[in-house]
Write a protein that binds this ligand. Structure first.
Ligand code: FE2
Length: 299
């Protein structure tokens, strides 16, 4: 897809594609397919949020804590999880040299678990304006996809343009037409969850276009969880019968905002017993997210 139109900033197209090859969606799904899980078998997977270190030098200088993403990636390799999903914003801006650094970082960690990705706004050509995702898709693959694993349908939705389109909603309706359990992973939260900054600035942390249709569909189709990033913190809300979990603390700067702000990743246990999440902050401790209605994300 129009790969020759990119500015490669001195880094060769072929070399970058070679670096990306192990991390492509198709490669990672093939790796996952070698781990067999029965439809009623319990298993665990990990969810890790935003990694980009800050788009501007001053935000990196003020708020970034280098090395956190790599530390958490490394810690996940020791967890009894079958695979992990990264919720987007891997790089500060979707340029070849930044993806190069990112792939080199992945190689340096020594990742053994299948690594699946979600497209974030920063992974696009311009994080906060007109942009495209051709480079991301040339490196990783599709940005809307699903796969089945152990009796669960995992659905990855591209909300990186701060919207969910009618075509995506139609695709979701088809994908959800299954007796399997359903989990959704997307970068940006729907705006009504108010996961960012309360009444004044919450629009910065959520998508509006298609938000009501999206949340209604999650409820109507019996989705058990929606995991989201974009806002660099942690929060949980139950909305119209669906639990939405913000886990944006993968390593990106913890800007002042109206959420619980700490670096962390999740391990998720799912099986006949139900589904539950354990939160792993950077200090090595962990805690379960309690069942029932919780509101840990209000401003
Ligand atoms: Fe984002």
């Amino acid at each position: 897809m129009a790969e020759r139109s990119f500015s490669w900033s001195g880094y060769g197209h072929d070399a970058l594609q070679r670096l990306a090859a192990p991390w492509r969606l198709a490669t990672q799904l093939e790796k996952l397919s070698r781990i067999a899980r029965g439809a009623r078998e319990a298993f665990e997977f990990a969810v890790l949020g935003d990694a980009e270190p800050g788009r501007y030098w001053f935000s990196r200088a003020l708020f970034n804590r280098p090395g956190v993403f790599a530390r958490q990636l490394s810690a996940i390799q020791s967890q009894p999880v079958d695979f992990m999903i990264q919720l987007g914003d891997m790089v500060s801006c979707g340029r070849p040299n930044l993806y190069q650094r990112f792939f080199e970082q992945l190689e340096g960690v020594g990742i053994s678990k299948p690594y699946l990705t979600v497209l974030g706004n920063h992974d696009r050509s311009n994080p906060h304006g007109g942009s495209h995702s051709r480079l991301y898709r040339s490196l990783f693959g599709r940005s809307n996809y699903h796969f089945d694993y152990g009796g669960v349908r995992f659905v990855v939705l591209d909300s990186s343009r701060q919207r969910v389109t009618k075509a995506q909603l139609k695709w979701l309706s088809m994908v959800f037409d299954t007796p399997l359990r359903k989990l959704v992973f997307t970068h940006i939260p729907p705006v009504m969850l108010r996961l960012w900054g309360g009444a004044v600035a919450h629009h910065m942390g959520g998508f509006s276009d298609g938000a009501h249709e999206f949340t209604d569909l999650m409820s109507d189709m019996g989705v058990e969880r929606v995991y989201m990033g974009h806002v660099h913190g942690f929060g949980v809300q139950d909305y119209k019968g669906v639990r939405y979990i913000l886990t944006g603390g993968g390593g990106s700067p913890l800007y002042p905002c109206g959420v619980e702000r700490f670096h962390h990743y999740l391990t998720v246990s799912i099986g006949p017993h139900g589904i539950s999440e354990r939160v792993h902050p950077l200090d090595g401790s962990s805690f379960h997210i309690p069942p029932g209605k919780v509101l840990l994300a209000e401003a």
